[in-house]
Design a protein around this ligand. Structure first.
Ligand code: NAI
Length: 466
């Protein structure tokens, strides 16, 4: 192969999107992937399989509770876990094929093997076929992240499991304890709870969902999940796991008092960490921060000339769409164009039912920045489409600058929030005001009208609430 313009290590949403963009811009690109399939965590063991499982279990839950809609026999339904897993695998397989086609049709060479930095302008790829050295002008590291393991309770794949195992269980556990009330814990906790597992979520913070949601949003979501049967143990610090002939139990403490939660499966979802395994970072002199993430500048450049990094392996929210945006921007920069990501408009979504979504500043973040904010809220209970479709749980909240009316952030707990938040992202991207949203025509009846009404409520002019 003649000299390449760009070698990308890692084919997750960051890497493969960067490969496509760079090829579109005329660069000669190779994409190195250690796994047999492209798509990384998101496609193979993360976002996509979990969405398939969430959908299957939603279908089941809706059928079970469909009596008032005329669905008879919901209380007698049974569930076939193997069929659900087969459907999930089919979804993943279809998308793997799609990514491979998209990448290869753009002329990107796909090389399977473990890529490592091999000195200036070189990537060494090791596979069972041996080692191959790629010569390139630039290197983009997009090696993603791996689940964080608690040092005192290592993953054993049987009792103490990570999300990788949690999306592939062969049967419904009787009792599942989830450690961590972040996106993974809440999504997979919902999946297994809907199928009948007694799910208890143990979280060290006083609220669920992490710091990117305001307490009122987190509380409303918690109440909705509790109504579905999920138990929450907040403010509890996990101390270990007891395994004995009678089964296992997670041990924790709160205010110095010991707690114990018997469990068949303990799903640890306490975050993910940057993955630089096998990259040869130390040998190459690649600078990492205290959390093992590659240190980059505003243009994704590491301390090594010609080596850039994006996605979960660098600082910022570990989200597929953040990695995608960075992949596009990095490719543009390498092609001599002004690549840029607006980090103030990256949405966060938890795909439960109802979903939880947010973009921009929370009310608390605006206050912490010393910005005087006005808040408008609208409850789904007052939305016609929500009443017609059993979707009355939750609310939409718009945070705007008190002086300029510019929208600073939007948060919501609502069915379909993952789709509704897109309109908020666009408004924030364009620097729109709450009045701009209020004067935009939304289709009726839609759940999205709650967003418009919340924007109206910023100036106390909501039509459908008092
Ligand atoms: P997370 O960082 O979102 O949440 C972890 C939670 O665990 C936090 O609430 C934290 O306070 C808690 N925690 C940490 N240590 C603990 C301990 N020892 N005991 C009890 N609680 C503890 O991490 P999560 O859910 O594992 O997700 C990992 C990454 O993947 C995140 O960056 C997340 O945003 C991303 N992701 C995003 C999804 C989405 O966008 N829907 C879905 C799945 C993952």
């Amino acid at each position: 192969m003649s000299q390449l313009d760009l070698v990308i290590i890692g084919s997750g949403p960051g890497g493969y999107v960067a490969a496509i963009k760079a090829a579109q811009l005329g660069l000669k690109v190779a994409l190195v992937e250690k796994d047999p399939n492209l798509g990384g965590t998101c496609l193979n063991v993360g976002c996509i399989p979990s969405k398939a499982l969430l959908h299957s279990t939603e279908v089941f839950a809706h059928a079970q509770h469909g009596k008032k809609h005329g669905v008879v026999g919901g209380d007698k339904l049974t569930f076939d876990v193997a069929a659900m897993m087969a459907n999930k695998d089919k979804v993943v397989s279809q998308l793997r094929g799609g990514v491979k086609t998209l990448v290869s049709k753009r002329g990107v060479e796909i090389i399977h093997g473990l890529g490592r930095l091999g000195g200036a302008g070189k990537v060494v790829v090791r596979s069972d076929k041996g080692e191959r050295v790629l010569e390139t002008k630039s290197i983009l590291v997009a090696t993603g992240s791996v689940p964080v393991e608690l040092p005192f309770m290592k993953f054993d794949g049987e009792t103490v499991i990570s999300s990788d195992h949690g999306i592939a269980l062969g049967k419904v556990p009787e009792r599942m304890v989830v450690v961590g009330a972040g996106a993974i814990g809440l999504e997979l906790g919902s999946v297994w709870s809907r199928l009948g597992a007694q799910v208890t979520v143990v979280e060290m913070l006083p609220t669920i969902g992490g710091p990117s949601f305001d307490p009122d949003v987190a509380k409303a979501a918690q109440k909705a999940f509790e109504a579905q049967g999920i138990k929450f143990e907040l403010g509890a610090k996990v101390t270990g796991v007891k395994k004995g002939p009678g089964g296992a139990a997670l041990t924790a403490e709160r205010d110095g008092k010991p707690l114990e939660f018997p469990a068949d499966k303990i799903l640890v979802a306490v975050g993910r960490k940057a993955n630089t395994t096998g990259l040869g970072a130390a040998e190459a002199g690649l600078k990492l921060d205290e959390r093992g993430r590659i240190v980059i500048d505003d243009h994704y450049r590491s301390n090594l000339p010609g080596v850039l990094a994006i996605g979960d392996v660098v600082a910022g929210p570990m989200l597929a769409h953040k990695a995608e945006e960075e992949g596009v921007a990095a490719a543009e920069i390498l092609a001599g164009k002004p690549g840029h990501v607006n980090y103030g408009a990256i949405p966060g979504v938890i795909y439960t039912e109802p979903e939880v979504a947010g973009v921009g500043l929370t009310e608390a973040e605006a206050q912490a920045k010393g910005i005087e904010a006005k808040v408008g809220k609208f409850a789904l209970q007052a939305n016609g489409r929500a009443i017609a479709t059993d979707a009355t749980t939750g609310f939409v909240k718009v945070v705007a600058c008190a002086k300029t009316d510019k929208v600073l952030g939007v948060q919501m707990v609502a069915k379909g929030a993952s789709e509704m938040i897109a309109a908020a992202c666009a408004h924030i991207e364009y620097g729109g005001s709450a009045e701009d949203i209020a004067r935009t025509c939304f289709a009726h009846p839609t759940l999205s009208e709650s967003f418009k009404e919340a924007a109206m409520a910023v100036s106390k002019s909501s039509i459908h609430s008092l």
